[in-house]
Design a protein. Structure first.
Length: 137
């Protein structure tokens, strides 16, 4: 059966690892900054579209979910990012991870939309601003 779809096989092939910083790859701080920009763009778009558009089956809701997923992932890569995320409290980390878990495991229907809106539009930007300030100095 695998021979029936050779193009699909290329899509799922193992890819080479990213180069080490000594070989021109970005440092942990630069990679963190790049990721924060991606997260912030999603959050800004959510805020721009407004609370009225923020419903479970909407684009802003999906963007908010991805922002939370990506931010939570930074805390999971502790060997790379932990030293750069110390300004986020343990309670905040738990809140981010819990929100991510609800979104990814229980489904967005398990979340209170108003609380989710406030997390994404108020709490995440505050945490990201502190991460930036700590790493831009």
């Amino acid at each position: 059966m695998p021979d029936d779809h050779p193009a699909d096989a290329r899509h799922w092939s193992v890819r080479p690892r990213t180069a080490a910083p000594s070989q021109g790859a970005s440092t942990a701080v630069q990679s963190l900054r790049d990721e924060l920009v991606k997260i912030e763009r999603r959050i800004e778009d959510v805020i721009h579209q407004g609370r009225e558009a923020f419903t479970e089956d909407s684009d802003p809701y999906d963007r908010a979910t991805v922002a939370v997923l990506r931010l939570a992932a930074l805390f999971e890569d502790s060997s790379r990012y932990a030293p750069h995320l110390t300004v986020v409290t343990l309670d905040e980390r738990r809140g981010i991870v819990t929100t991510r878990n609800l979104a990814s495991h229980s489904g967005c229907g398990a979340m209170n939309s108003e609380i989710f809106w406030r997390i994404v539009t108020e709490r995440l930007p505050e945490a990201i601003a502190r991460i930036r300030a700590a790493n831009d100095s």
